[in-house]
Design a protein around this ligand. Structure first.
Ligand code: SF4
Length: 221
């Protein structure tokens, strides 16, 4: 059974545009799993932390396929705390479905998941998220993701001071994306200029959070 985040009493599965990362703007079905092993101060999906709704993998697969969409984004919470049910789900979906997983990069994926998932959007959390460093930055897991050519690394940044920590992680520079720390349209607009400057200074991509620009802080879209 998959533990799926609950939004308005229903499992959080919806059709939208990927709002972040290298596939930003791509139409996709989103599946938000419940539970997280971190507790970031500025988390914009705190509703996913608690108990969600237990759903059979067959029902979730059928729901996803109803959208007739070529892309699936599995997010959370932290999806990798439910690896067994995730493997079951993916075995029920066609191979041609492009699967992205959003993860905080603290847990190693199983070999089956590492092979099936088309893209890993790894978002390690820096000091300002408020987690103990040893919980948020797990060198073994990050080193594994760095070996996967299909892994991208998205960092929420607040100031130039964040860069020295990011640089010290020794991740592939061409797959690093910096994102403003924002939970709504207004905070995105005020945080963006400093992050643009950081991207230009360090030669990395800007990740401009499209869903906030389009839909502000509305959930389930
Ligand atoms: S890792 Fe993601 S889902 Fe978990 S608390 Fe942090 S921002 Fe929220």
């Amino acid at each position: 059974m998959l533990n799926i985040a609950r939004l308005n009493s229903a499992p959080e599965i919806f059709y939208s545009l990927q709002g972040e990362g290298s596939r930003c703007g791509t139409p996709a079905v989103f599946l938000r799993l419940a539970g997280c092993n971190l507790a970031c101060k500025w988390c914009d999906t705190k509703h996913s932390w608690g108990n969600g709704l237990l759903c059979a993998e067959q029902d979730v697969a059928a729901h996803i396929l109803e959208y007739n969409c070529a892309s699936l984004v599995i997010t959370g919470g932290e999806p990798l705390i439910q690896q067994g049910p995730l493997e079951n789900l993916l075995s029920l979906l066609p191979e041609c479905l492009h699967v992205e997983v959003e993860t905080n990069g603290t847990l190693l994926p199983s070999p089956a998941l590492a092979q099936r998932v088309n893209q890993w959007n790894v978002s390690p959390k820096l000091q300002h998220a408020g987690n103990p460093r040893e919980k948020a930055l797990v060198p073994e897991a990050l080193a594994f993701f760095a070996t996967l050519p299909r892994a991208w690394f998205k960092f929420v940044v607040q100031s130039e001071a964040d860069w020295s920590l990011i640089a010290g992680l020794e991740l592939p520079q061409e797959r690093i994306i910096l994102m403003p720390c924002a939970t709504n349209r207004a905070s995105l607009e005020s945080a963006r200029p400093a992050v643009v400057e950081m991207c230009l200074r360090h030669g990395v991509r800007l990740g401009d959070r499209l869903h906030l620009t389009l839909w502000d802080d509305k959930k389930g879209i």
